[in-house]
Design a binder for this molecule. Structure first.
Ligand SMILES: Cc1cc2nc3c(=O)[nH]c(=O)nc-3n(C[C@H](O)[C@H](O)[C@H](O)COP(=O)(O)OP(=O)(O)OC[C@H]3O[C@@H](n4cnc5c(N)ncnc54)[C@H](O)[C@@H]3O)c2cc1C
Length: 387
């Protein structure tokens, strides 16, 4: 077993760090304060391949592993901006679903636009009445000759209203998960309308909106996979999505620790650097330990997903639960170690805390992660698979 990054992985990390430091970091505070969605920067990330990191090469993606991709996302958060990088992970998830399982005709039309970032994508599963219980969703898609007609609504869709493509889960059949089908819906389709931009605690560089579908008509070739496979694809998307969101927490916590290390040496109270107090040192040591454990769990889960391990879904849920909780505590402790300065916007800590809070809620809340883990690992023989 080798825990070291390969030469290629180090190269991906360096490329992402360089891009993030130049294109994201100088603007992150302004994007947050002014609620600016930096589509031009996302498109520039696409030129480096970051919009289709693990999408198939036949659709213009880089075809990287989940582990390699996680290293890129981590670096973008450490050196750049959490909220914008987190949107990029959602775009990558939706793009992978569309390009890996879409029909040839649709992939030919949309694949390269999505993987290059010329078109951005939203992932649309949650509804007002179907959050954690996502398979109870009510949006319908009715087959009408060569088309499907969508009616219903989605809640909390990241990017929606500013993205060119919506990857939508809608009901084509029976109640429950087996009646759900996945579609690519162009964002400007007649009959698709958007709610107001939600006012949020964090994630301010990306819009979040509700979507309404009123007789929105799309070609049948825009169905992704077969009827009834949509919920399976949505959950497969989320296995990787959970690694991505978890690693955004890890990358941000790394940045918070680096900033804190410098501050602890600089700031003097009672005639000495606050780094010299043992209480401060013990907190810092615990933060570094939690961060390292979170990073290793994410990399392990990514490797399990890459290797199609039987309990990959459990590993992804455990990693998301642990990394988002642990790293939220790390950035919150980093803020505390900055005293009053941590609470003001001149320092990045308060934005990090606000941005990381939602990682414990979305792509399945951390309570739902526990449900997934327990349900799977209580089954006969499953626990033996995580050794
Ligand atoms: C900023 C933001 C961006 C988002 N982006 C997207 C997106 O791009 N696409 C998308 O589809 N969705 C998105 N979401 C939606 C997100 O995934 C949901 O908010 C989340 O899954 C929880 O659903 P809910 O809000 O309806 O909460 P609920 O499901 O109503 O849950 C409320 C509380 O009850 C708990 N709970 C529910 N059921 C159980 C249970 N069985 N056992 C124990 N506790 C339970 C939950 O953990 C939570 O604490 C986004 C949300 C936010 C805030």
């Amino acid at each position: 077993m080798n825990f070291e990054l390969t030469e290629d992985q180090n190269a991906y990390r360096e490329a992402a760090e360089e891009f993030a430091a130049k294109e994201m970091a100088p603007h992150a505070a302004e994007w947050d304060a002014e609620q600016i969605f930096p589509k031009d920067v996302l498109r520039a990330a696409g030129e480096l391949g970051f919009c289709g990191l693990y999408s198939p090469e036949k659709a213009g993606g880089l075809g990287l592993s989940r582990l390699d991709s996680s290293i890129v996302f981590e670096a973008l958060c450490t050196k750049g901006d959490t909220s914008t990088s987190a949107f990029l992970t959602i775009h990558n998830m939706a793009t992978w679903m569309a390009t890996a399982f879409g029909q040839d005709e649709m992939v030919e039309e949309w694949g390269e636009k999505l993987t290059s970032g010329q078109a951005l994508a939203s992932y649309c599963l949650t509804e007002s009445g179907a959050g954690s219980d996502a398979s109870s969703l009510k949006t319908t898609a009715r087959k009408d000759g060569d088309h499907y007609i969508l009616n219903g609504g989605k809640q909390f869709s990241s990017g929606a209203g500013d993205t060119e493509a919506l990857v939508v889960m809608a009901r084509t059949g029976e109640d429950g998960p087996r009646g759900i089908t996945c579609f690519l819906v162009p964002g400007d389709t007649d009959g698709v309308s958007y709610g107001k931009k939600e006012e949020k605690m964090g994630w301010n560089s990306q819009p979040t909106r509700a979507i309404t579908f009123e007789d929105a008509k799309i070609p049948a070739t825009y169905r992704i996979g077969e009827e009834g496979e949509g919920f399976k694809f949505a959950m497969m998307g989320l296995d990787g999505g959970r690694i991505n969101i978890g690693v955004c927490s890890v990358g941000t916590a790394q940045a918070a620790m680096e900033t804190t290390r410098d501050y602890l040496h600089e700031r003097k109270q009672f005639g000495q650097a606050i780094a010299d107090f043992q209480a401060t040192q013990f907190k810092f040591a615990d933060m570094a330990t939690e961060l390292t454990a979170a990073r290793q769990m994410i990399r392990l889960a990514a490797s399990k997903l890459d290797n199609k391990a039987p309990e990959a879904t459990s590993f992804c849920a455990m990693a998301k639960r642990f990394a988002t909780d642990a790293c939220f505590n790390v950035v919150n402790d980093a803020l505390q170690l900055h005293g009053g300065y941590g609470y003001i916007k001149e320092y990045p800590l308060e934005r990090m805390v606000r941005d990381l809070r939602v990682h414990q809620i979305l792509e399945g809340t951390n309570e739902i992660m526990r449900m997934i883990i327990a349900r799977r690992l209580l089954a006969d023989g499953a626990l033996e698979q995580i050794k």
